[in-house]
Design a protein around this ligand. Structure first.
Ligand code: 5RP
Length: 235
């Protein structure tokens, strides 16, 4: 089974199990979420469901609009029944690395407004320990003027190395949907980190807007496996 097929079976199962009539849901970002929106659109038209979708990024907003789903926002829908989102890595404790696609800030805000956060992923995201599968580091969204001092400060405090994420089809850094930069923290694989404590400390550093560490947020994860089954993990 291809990676895309693995993403699809995880996304379809999550949408089938968690989306009900008269609900407001958070729509995550990335390639796996594309399949969740596809399934949601099928169910909305086949079952005549009333579902309001709150996006976590410009990409998610486009997906919602292109699939003719009802677009909501946190002003009108501050309480969401669930948020369905991808992840770059999910460890044994359901701690996540997110932000590979650069959308971590809005993803965390939306997940925090939801009763439960449901993760959809292919088997390459399933890991026992952060860093085992995802090698690009932990994304940290920062205010542009602070990226140099923050890069040294985080390296000195926690070890590892931080790199400014560069744009792909544009010269210069990657600019997030919120006008910020991303530092990808290649943390020290030999150290045992307490991710909750690390996340709290990072957030308190002036200039850090949000981290891609999602600790105690995800309720359930669905992994599409290479053999065509869906593996589940609960918090
Ligand atoms: O956090 C994210 C974007 O900021 C994505 O959810 C994460 O990168 C996973 O993406 P994909 O489904 O393409 O593997």
């Amino acid at each position: 089974m291809s990676l895309n097929e693995a993403k699809k079976i995880a996304a379809y199962k999550a949408v089938d199990e968690w989306v009900q009539n008269d609900t407001a849901i958070g729509v995550g970002s990335g390639s796996t979420v594309v399949f969740a929106v596809e399934r949601l659109a099928q169910r909305v038209s086949q079952e005549n469901l009333r579902v309001v979708c709150v996006p976590t990024s410009f990409q998610a907003r486009q997906l919602i609009v292109e699939n003719n789903l009802q677009l909501g926002d946190l002003d009108r829908n501050p309480h969401l029944d669930c948020a369905i989102d991808g992840a770059d890595e999910v460890d044994a404790n359901m701690t996540l690395i997110k932000g590979g696609g650069g959308c971590l800030l809005q993803e965390k805000i939306v997940a925090a407004c939801a009763d439960k956060m449901i993760v959809i992923a292919d088997y390459t995201k399933d890991s026992s320990k952060l860093g085992e599968q995802y090698k690009k580091g932990i994304p940290i969204e920062v205010v542009p003027m602070a990226y140099v001092p923050l890069r040294s400060r985080i390296q000195t405090r926690f070890g590892g190395k931080l790199k400014l994420r560069m744009a792909v089809a544009k010269a210069g850094p990657c600019v997030t949907d919120n006008g910020n930069f991303i530092l990808d923290w290649d943390f020290d694989q030999q150290k045992e980190y307490d991710w909750d404590a690390v996340n709290r400390e990072l957030i308190q550093m002036p200039g850090v807007v949000e981290t891609g560490l999602f600790v105690n947020m995800a309720r359930k994860a669905y992994f599409g496996m290479a053999d065509g089954t869906v593996k589940e993990r609960s918090a």
